[in-house]
Design a protein around this ligand. Structure first.
Ligand SMILES: *[C@@H]1O[C@H](CO)[C@@H](O)[C@H](O)[C@H]1NC(C)=O
Ligand SMILES: *[C@@H]1O[C@H](CO)[C@@H](O)[C@H](O)[C@H]1NC(C)=O
Ligand SMILES: *[C@@H]1O[C@H](CO)[C@@H](O)[C@H](O)[C@H]1NC(C)=O
Length: 594
């Protein structure tokens, strides 16, 4: 007992000397939140569901989408609590999920596969929506018909109208956002599925050309299908530049880069399904930061974004904060702003760190990457329950979460419970009921609390209680960053010193007390897997230098006497934690058979 205590104190001392401590419980919470956040997308699936579907209360739906125009448009996502497929926000969602995987995929563990599935569910559909040259499907499902009824997707009998933009009736924003999604996802699948990746990229190039050549807003062309729900208020130039930015990242073709530089305009503080401006500056900064000739105006604008958000910055703010600390912007579904802006800042932090950059906001407020990560963590923690109500805004996460979300499928009993058809107004009684929703839409993040940190758990308070795909997509990004920084990465030099100390002073039976604490700080970082391999090697006494880091832990080491059961168990725990499947690392086979 006493030595346990000593170990703990020792570790605490080490941790607090190096960083703000992060407990294992909350690290696991981040992993859980990420898994659930991705699971949500299965609940939004339209079309024929695969056998791997995990939210099983959802069934096949909208299997004839596209038949009104003689095409197959089955698949894709329902946008929010309704059953319409709005391709503009759906494409933004897909772009964001792809960005997340491109930034953080390596540290996603088992959720990497689920993230790829979530992206592919979007891209398979976008390939259908763009299969006819010089035309792009902008939405499927008459939104007014859909919004009149309160029906399960599986029962829908409202018009499933297909809304298509063409040369004559263009829609540059929806087309360019789809091009962005296809370009970003082509990079995601580059290693795992080359043919698919090539197909996505080819289509992206064609769709971008269509978007750029035939300019116009889809609100003017197919307004009855998309307005006032997803009218593009910020114009379509931001989507064209955003699309070109992703195409430049995917192809390195100078033409796209010139397009970006020649057309970059406008507002710098907005980022969401409508406006891409701030996202463009941050994305471009990844390469512009290393190239002084190409850094203007992107870096300056991204810096201004940072200073317009951080509470301590003296600059004029583009956001406000609730007394409990949640970021707010005007309009409904506030958490869409919180998640997307937090994500941008955390991505920017990564680029800053890689280039030893800080942001000077004036008045001696100098923002380091660590500061931005802290900020994101604060917002993520608020969403997950560290707030005045002690309530998580993610369904199924924590003890207390929204019970009456505004979502047709979640509110009405499932097909399993109630196989009979429920017609247009048949769902109204469930909407009005005071009971919690019968179907848990696990992982759904709702619009969120009011600006005074209160939350009315009510289906009719749409702004607060409706989930949307783009909130979750941005949250995957934000939480992934936190997950990575606070759990997967280590400061190598400090850790090595720590390990040496542990080895000298503690018996192997005490090691497991120590390892669950990770050391999340800046400086030299490596992936947890490499670190763990090193840890194993070090503890077994076979390596003492950094150069041997890649001495992949051998079966020999693992079966050596130094590795008692606890270490073995801990290894299994860690591998599971990381989602490493047997062939991925050398030692796993003997471990699983142990
Ligand atoms: C930047 O531009 C200057 C002036 O045109 C040129 O001399 C220099 O080589 C450029 N630097 C890079 C990295 O391209
Ligand atoms: C908090 O804000 C909401 C929405 O604006 C309002 O309805 C409610 O009365 C406020 N509650 C308190 C305690 O101020
Ligand atoms: C290892 O894990 C197994 C299964 O969870 C457990 O029964 C056993 O007690 C553990 N051994 C040690 C030494 O912790």
């Amino acid at each position: 007992m006493c030595s346990n205590l000593v170990s703990r104190v020792l570790i605490l001392a080490w941790l607090s000397a190096m960083t703000t401590a992060q407990t294992v419980t909350s690290q696991n919470n981040y992993k859980d939140a990420l898994s659930k956040c991705l699971l949500f997308f299965e609940g939004q699936r339209s079309g024929k569901l695969p056998p791997s579907q995990r939210l099983t209360w959802r069934k096949d739906s909208a299997l004839k989408d596209g038949s009104d125009i003689g095409r197959d448009l089955v698949g894709g996502y329902y946008d929010a609590g309704d059953n319409v497929k709005f391709n503009f926000p759906m494409a933004f969602t897909t772009t964001m999920l792809s960005w997340s995987v491109l930034e953080f995929g390596n540290s996603m563990g088992a959720d990497h596969e689920h993230a790829l599935e979530a992206i592919r569910w979007g891209t398979d559909y976008f390939l259908k929506a763009t299969s006819v040259p010089d035309s792009v499907v902008g939405a499927v499902g008459d939104p007014n018909g859909d919004h009149t009824c309160w029906q399960r997707p599986e029962d829908m009998d409202t018009p499933r109208t297909s809304y298509v933009v063409t040369k004559e009736k263009p829609g540059s924003e929806v087309s360019a956002e789809i091009a962005a999604a296809l370009a970003a996802s082509s990079m995601v699948f580059k290693d795992s599925d080359k043919d698919y990746s090539a197909l996505l990229l080819k289509r992206s190039i064609e769709v971008f050309e269509f978007a750029d050549k035939y300019r116009g807003s889809y609100g003017d062309s197919i307004g009855s299908g998309v307005c006032p729900f997803y009218c593009d208020f910020s114009g379509y130039m931001d989507e064209l530049v955003w699309g070109a930015t992703w195409l430049y990242k995917a192809t390195n073709t100078p033409d796209y880069w010139n397009y970006v530089r020649n057309n970059i305009v406008g507002d710098i503080t907005e980022f969401g399904w409508d406006s891409k401006h701030a996202g463009i500056n941050v994305l471009v900064s990844q390469w512009a930061m290393t190239d002084a000739n190409n850094s203007s105006p992107f870096i300056l604008k991204a810096d201004q974004l940072v200073c317009s958000i951080l509470p301590e910055s003296p600059a004029q703010k583009s956001v406000t904060y609730s007394p409990g600390g949640l970021l707010f912007k005007p309009g409904g579904s506030n958490l869409q702003h919180t998640t997307s802006l937090s994500f941008l800042l955390s991505v920017y932090a990564g680029y800053m760190k890689a280039n030893n950059k800080v942001v000077d906001c004036g008045n001696t407020v100098v923002v380091t990457p660590a500061k931005l990560v802290d900020f994101t963590k604060g917002q993520v923690d608020y969403i997950l329950g560290k707030n005045p109500l002690g309530m998580s805004y993610m369904v199924g996460f924590g003890q207390k979460f929204p019970q009456k979300i505004h979502h047709r499928g979640s509110v009405i009993p499932s097909i399993d419970q109630h196989p009979q058809h429920i017609e247009c107004h048949g769902g109204d009684e469930y909407f009005k009921s005071n009971s919690p929703n019968p179907n848990l839409l696990t992982g759904a993040i709702v619009g969120g609390p009011a600006e005074n940190d209160t939350f009315e758990d009510s289906r009719s308070n749409v702004a607060q209680s409706e989930p949307t795909t783009y909130i979750n997509a941005a949250f995957v990004d934000a939480i992934q960053y936190i997950h990575q920084v606070f759990r997967i990465k280590f400061h190598l030099h400090h850790l090595i010193t720590l390990l040496h100390t542990i080895r000298e002073h503690h018996a192997p039976s005490q090691w497991t007390l120590i390892f669950p604490n990770v050391v999340p700080i800046g400086g030299v970082v490596v992936g947890m897997l490499e670190m763990y391999q090193y840890v194993l090697c070090l503890l077994s006494g076979r390596v003492t230098s950094l150069e041997s880091l890649v001495c992949v832990t051998s079966r020999q080491v693992l079966s050596s006497q130094n590795f008692n059961d606890k270490i073995r168990n801990y290894t299994l725990y860690l591998l599971d934690f990381l989602g490493v499947r047997p062939p991925s690392i050398a030692c796993t086979t003997s471990l699983t058979s142990a």
